[in-house]
Unconditional design. Structure first.
Length: 167
């Protein structure tokens, strides 16, 4: 969404700066921390958006997942751009695919669904690790990088839908 806004000249300087900062940040610190923990799966969020990459983890591990939309970090200004109709074709395609395997809470807006499906140039990391190690990872990551990270959900026994999105 933000990359499309930049291409269309619709993003202000602070939004551009925020996006560039996220994109140029290397994942070395994140990887170093992961190496000391029991990571079950990890991927960078790129062209298939968060839902597409989470689906691949669930499918490959024969599990389902539940995520909390309110816990998912994204750059301020993203939803405003999407509300103005700045949604890339790839993100729309991702959403059309993801709705086949995702159960969205009734309170998740269409804009929220597109944000979860947004095709990234260089997004964050999606990491699955034991629940009892999650806070350790977050604390170490925040201390070492100064960047934000969040626990967005959990892996559950395989169910009807690969992903359930709660508000």
């Amino acid at each position: 969404i933000i990359a499309t806004a930049i291409k269309k000249g619709k993003a202000d300087k602070s939004l551009i700066d925020d996006a560039i900062e996220v994109m140029i940040t290397l994942n070395k610190s994140a990887a170093d921390i992961m190496n000391s923990l029991e990571v079950h799966a990890a991927t960078d969020i790129t062209g298939y958006g968060l839902l597409g990459h989470l689906f691949e983890i669930c499918k490959g591990s024969n599990v389902s997942s539940e995520i909390q939309f309110s816990e998912i970090p994204y750059i301020n200004g993203t939803s405003e751009l999407a509300e103005k109709g700045i949604i890339p074709k790839g993100s729309k395609q991702n959403f059309n695919t993801s709705k086949k395997y995702t159960n969205f809470s009734e309170t998740i807006s269409e804009i929220g669904k597109f944000i979860l499906s947004d095709a990234q140039t260089s997004g964050g990391l999606l990491i699955s690790l034991p629940e009892n190690q999650a806070n350790e990872y977050l604390n170490r990551f925040r201390n070492e990088t100064g960047m934000e990270a969040a626990i967005i959900g959990k892996i559950v026994e395989k169910g009807k839908d690969a992903i359930t999105v709660h508000s």
